[in-house]
Design a protein around this ligand. Structure first.
Ligand code: NDP
Length: 469
């Protein structure tokens, strides 16, 4: 069991090539991390490959038992992990943030370990007999982002290990401490070499993807990088799961009770201070309820405290990095200069020490505005007025990504009809963005491909084999 200090000491490096890690809320130094190069990557790959046959030779029950012990280890150090995550990523301890994320790591591991994947008899007609098995791929390369650095790592690592693969993981350069700390705790319960971590700075991701040792790459991040990964893994025909974010639309129908849905709308858009792949990033509201929804949402949003993650009262934090702050600021400025109406926020404090951007709601904005068309990935929500639901569906579908979407209505049947016409991997009804370890999750269009979670998630980190006869 770790304290924050012992965990930080376990992942801090002071000799060799290192990089400073700064608190995004204050700019203070938290620690320093090692910067691995190609030689370290090659060694990690070698260790993971060497460990794979023995790991795959365990029975499924044995691997499940090990994953249970990994979950126990994370649970035992959950306070330390949550504090480190909060300091490095910026997300508050409370609300659907750091403690929630570490708790989700534990529950996802347990659910992934418990998911049945029986051998499937595909034909048994007296003449033919064929079974479908799922075998390990070998070694899986995992590249994780900075928004949910621990939970997304577990989403990729847990099913890979369960299916008999070993893993080389590369955390985002923005949240390396979180990735290293999670792996250090997991490795207390894993055999050596089963989970390796490399901590790069700028070009290691591309090197990892090109390495022919990987039969599979799992990546969560931007569409632009996803395309590069697809191109550079082509030579090895590595299998891919790409979760590339989106620009999720929410459609509010005229029959809603605005006050009743306001909090759900808020968290759908602002979870993790908006830095969430499947957060609601554009809200289409029917004219009949437009003003009431705007008012109710602004009231909820104005009461949500934003500040340093370690202060217990906060539920919103800073943006994790300056790059993302600049994106949000540029898009809100574009909205303001177009004459859109700022209901809340929109004026960052230029004196603030961290990457804070205030909770921002922008009403009466044109659908063509960059704040609507581009992914803001931060705490700024455009609210677009519509009068014909056909128009709302058209606008919702008129982007080249499709991770999630939502429909908000008192009429579930009507909402489901609209849901079926939305181009998104998941459509939620009267909520947005909730994920569950047994419910498959993945995008369409340029949000990527491949399903995570549940039995589908296990199949995606395995190779099918037919035994015929
Ligand atoms: P990127 O999606 O560009 O991902 C960066 C990660 O990918 C790093 O680990 C990097 O490693 C690796 N990488 C970069 N180039 C390659 C390559 N050619 N081959 C393999 N790996 C590569 O994220 P950013 O952090 O730059 O964020 C950009 C935008 O992505 C955000 O503004 C946001 O819109 C979106 N995003 C989406 C997320 C989601 O959940 N879907 C999460 C985070 C961001 P290295 O530096 O070592 O090369």
């Amino acid at each position: 069991m770790h304290t924050y200090e012992s965990l930080l000491a376990a992942v801090t490096t002071t000799s060799g090539e290192t990089r400073e890690v700064l608190d995004p809320a204050t700019g203070e130094r938290i620690g320093s991390v090692r910067v691995d190069g190609t030689a370290e990557l090659d060694r990690a790959v070698e260790r993971a490959r060497a460990a794979q046959p023995e790991w795959a030779a365990l029975t499924d029950d044995e691997r499940v038992a090990v994953l249970g012990r990994v979950a126990d280890a994370i649970e035992a150090s959950s306070d330390a992990l949550a504090e480190l995550l909060s300091r490095e990523q910026g997300k508050p301890l409370n609300g659907p943030n750091a403690r929630f994320e570490v708790g989700a790591c534990v529950s996802w591991l347990r659910a992934t370990a418990a998911t049945p994947l029986p051998v499937e008899v595909v034909v048994d007609d007296g003449e033919n007999y064929a079974e479908l098995h799922y075998r390990p791929i070998g070694t899986v390369g995992v590249i994780t982002p900075w928004n949910w650095p621990m939970m997304i790592a577990i989403w990729q690592i847990a099913p890979s290990l369960r299916m008999g693969n070993t893993v080389v993981a590369k955390p985002s350069e923005y949240t390396t401490l979180s990735g290293l700390a999670l792996a250090a705790v997991m490795n207390e319960a894993l055999p050596e070499g089963v989970l390796e971590v490399v901590a790069g700075d700028g070009s290691l991701g591309a090197e990892l993807v090109k390495n022919p040792a990987f039969g599979k790459i799992m990546f969560t991040g931007s569409t632009a990088t996803g395309k590069k990964i697809m191109a550079s893994s082509a030579d090895n025909l590595a299998r891919l799961t790409l979760e590339l974010g989106g620009n999720d639309a929410g459609i509010v129908l005229p029959d809603v009770d605005p006050a009743a849905i306001a909090e759900g709308l808020f968290w759908g858009a602002f979870i993790n201070t908006g830095q969430t792949c499947a957060a609601m990033k554009r809200l289409y509201v029917h004219d009949d309820v437009y003003d009431a929804v705007c008012e109710a949402l602004a009231e909820v949003a104005s009461k949500m405290p934003m500040g340093r993650g370690l202060d217990e009262q906060n539920v919103l934090g800073p943006l994790q990095n300056r790059m993302q702050w600049e994106v949000v600021n540029r898009l809100v400025e574009a909205a303001k200069s177009s004459g859109a109406r700022v209901l809340l926020g929109g004026q960052p404090d230029s004196e603030a020490s961290g990457h804070f951007y205030p909770t921002t709601l922008v009403a009466d904005i044109d659908d063509a505005n960059p704040l609507v068309q581009e992914e803001q990935f931060g705490p700024a929500l455009p609210i677009i007025r519509y009068s014909d639901v056909e128009e709302a569906i058209r606008m919702a579908n008129a982007v080249d990504v499709g991770l999630g979407a939502s429909v908000w209505s008192a009429d579930r049947a009507k909402a489901r009809e609209i849901a079926a016409r939305l181009e998104a991997g998941t459509v939620w009804i009267n909520s947005h963005g909730g994920v569950h370890p047994m419910i498959p999750f993945g995008g369409v269009k340029q949000s990527g491909f491949g399903l995570e979670f549940g039995a589908e998630g296990l199949k995606s980190v395995a190779v099918p084999q037919i035994i015929n006869g």
